[in-house]
Write a protein that binds this ligand. Structure first.
Ligand SMILES: [Fe+2]
Ligand SMILES: [Fe+2]
Length: 168
């Protein structure tokens, strides 16, 4: 049992925030936190795009504009993530600037998604559908995690694809 897709997505969002805190905390394993964050961000976004947004559209919980806008924000997030991953020295000013930008982009997207996508999903999609969608979301998310989706090579590939698709 994976659970309600809305709860699963919200739990990931809170995990992103916790990992970002670890990435800036000298007493934590910052490199490990960053690797985990990178993989989770990519797997989460891919699974939302593949399973969640299309299903919510079919249920008329969100419209095409909202789905497309979320994809653009994922692409912007991946671009900001790539800038973070490209800096080797976690104590450098460049790293600080890159992580600040990623933090802002992520906060913006999570705020918008929670208000304009997850709220309608709660009110307009039946519980049993949200449960089924939760299983699909976790399965797809795990598939990406198993394929090392947070590696710098994969994030670079996703950013290139997004550019070709004019998402960024
Ligand atoms: Fe999300
Ligand atoms: Fe998202």
């Amino acid at each position: 049992m994976a659970g309600d897709v809305v709860d699963l997505i919200l739990a990931d969002h809170r995990k992103f925030e916790a990992l970002l805190r670890d990435v800036r905390d000298v007493e934590k394993d910052r490199k490990a936190a960053l690797e985990e964050l990178s993989a989770l961000l990519v797997a989460h976004a891919e699974a939302e795009e593949a399973d969640v947004y299309p299903r919510l559209r079919r249920k008329d919980a969100i419209d095409e504009h909202e789905a497309e806008h979320s994809k653009e924000e994922h692409a912007e997030g991946h671009e900001a993530l790539l800038e973070v991953l490209e800096v080797d020295d976690l104590d450098s000013e460049a790293f600080g600037e890159a992580i600040e930008k990623l933090t802002k982009e992520l906060a913006h997207h999570m705020d918008e998604e929670e208000r304009t996508v997850l709220n309608p999903a709660k009110t307009e999609v039946p519980e049993d559908v949200r449960q089924r969608l939760g299983v699909e979301f976790m399965r797809n998310r795990q598939k990406h995690l198993d394929n090392d989706c947070g590696s710098i090579e994969n994030v670079r590939r996703l950013v290139e694809e997004a550019k070709q698709d004019n998402l960024i």
